[in-house]
Design a protein around this ligand. Structure first.
Ligand SMILES: *Cc1c(COP(=O)(O)O)cnc(C)c1O
Length: 398
């Protein structure tokens, strides 16, 4: 220290500046509530709707904009907003676009908490929630009040791949806004903004970054991406006025994981397909659900849409109807490598059990009766995971 300020002040106003040429593999991390304006001119000339509004931490920092730019590129969009969880990103879309009396359509296999949120909007604001069968585009019958349709490709529990082309075409014709929960495809399995020969596109994607982009099972975050400037501005305004924001530290963790997202995705997909081949052979299961399986609902749509036949690391099985809840619980409890927990996309394989009867609205014709167990495949070897399931199956037979 060369000047004559007190130590106390020097501890706060450290004079060292990083030289311009300094570079590191990971970009510098900004943690900020306050953003310091270099002058009153900057303060008064700022426009909070600018592409990069450096005015306050909630509006973003170079760290959050770095991740947002990368995600927009990954998914084929141009604008991205970050939210503190995938669910928060979903809610941002719902609360930006749904007004009193509007109708919204969701697939029967919709991510459960999205449905809960919409039911809440239904009660409070008279929003009408309608349900369609994802593999039957005819079940989507928009009216003059229809504002928004949600798509999931594939559904995250039963893994039906939807008739994406026809659903999107119908929505376009009816002037309905199209939002896709893109967590399963992760921007890797297909390009949601240009997914067919006819250059079909959704309007908005939502991604639970909690899954593959984080990759660690330790960060919660979500994104909303679009290519439409007008939609972006509507979303941006709601995002800003609701104070939706993410921490610099969490953002830096996701930035650090993105360079290997594709490698992890592909490896987890391969392990999952190896497991699928084995699961299909086991007499305890009535049905194995994974879009790559010819008997899985929506298989042909998946084949048509997904680049290089890519898929995420999720596979579900439906137990034969004679396995009751206590048997399926014993199975889940007997697994050792598969941990019992929600979420996916991390290094550790997970298992979760579901009772479809409590999750569906429409009569179901494509899923067997029985309790469903979903496996989320981590980075362990297929051989060890198969062994784990085999051991657990043997224990419930006892
Ligand atoms: C996990 C998940 C979400 C929600 O993400 P969170 O970050 O856990 O809130 C949304 N959609 C799908 C398909 C998911 O799997």
């Amino acid at each position: 220290m060369t000047d004559n300020k007190t130590i106390q002040t020097q501890l706060i106003h450290a004079p060292r500046k990083a030289p311009q040429y300094i570079a590191s593999i990971q970009p510098p991390l900004f943690r900020a509530s306050t953003i310091i304006f270099p002058s009153t001119a900057h303060l008064f000339d700022r426009h909070w709707t600018d592409a990069y509004d450096y005015s306050y931490g909630t509006h973003g920092t170079p760290t959050t904009y770095t991740l947002a730019d990368q995600l927009a590129q990954l998914e084929g969009g141009t604008h991205c907003l970050l939210a503190p969880s995938g669910l928060s990103a979903i809610n941002l879309v719902n609360s930006t676009f749904l007004n009193q009396g509007d109708e919204v359509w969701v697939p029967d296999n919709v991510y459960g908490p999205n449905m809960e949120h919409l039911k809440n909007l239904q009660q409070r604001y008279g929003i009408i929630v309608k349900v369609y069968n994802p593999i039957d585009a005819n079940s989507f019958t928009p009216s003059a009040h229809t504002k928004l349709i949600w798509l999931e490709a594939a559904g995250s529990v039963t893994l039906e791949f939807p008739d994406l082309k026809n659903l999107v075409k119908k929505a376009r014709q009816a002037n309905v806004l199209i939002a896709l929960d893109n967590t399963w495809g992760a921007g890797l399995a297909f390009n949601a903004f240009d997914f067919s020969d006819e250059h079909l596109s959704v309007d908005i994607t939502v991604h639970a970054l909690t899954k593959y982009p984080s990759g660690g099972g330790d960060i919660l975050m979500g994104s909303v991406i679009t290519r439409d400037q007008k939609l972006y501005h509507q979303l941006f305004k709601m995002h800003a006025t609701q104070g939706i924001c993410v921490s610099g530290d969490d953002t830096a963790q996701v930035i650090r994981s993105l360079p290997h997202i594709r490698l992890r995705y592909q490896q987890q997909a391969k392990t999952t397909q190896d497991l699928l081949a084995w699961l299909k052979q086991q007499p305890e299961f009535a049905q194995a659900l994974h879009p790559a399986d010819a008997n899985s609902p929506g298989h042909a749509f998946w084949q048509e849409i997904c680049i290089d036949q890519q898929s995420a690391g999720l596979v579900s099985v439906i137990f034969q109807a004679n396995y009751d809840i206590s048997a399926v619980r014993r199975f889940c409890d007997a697994l050792t490598l598969f941990k019992l927990g929600f979420s996916w996309g991390g290094p550790v394989s997970l298992v979760m059990l579901y009772d479809l009867k409590q999750m569906r609205v429409l009569p179901n014709t494509h899923l067997q009766q029985g309790l469903l167990v979903r496996f989320c495949i981590g980075l362990e070897s297929a051989q060890d995971l198969i062994q784990d399931i085999q051991n657990a199956l043997q224990q419930i037979e006892k």
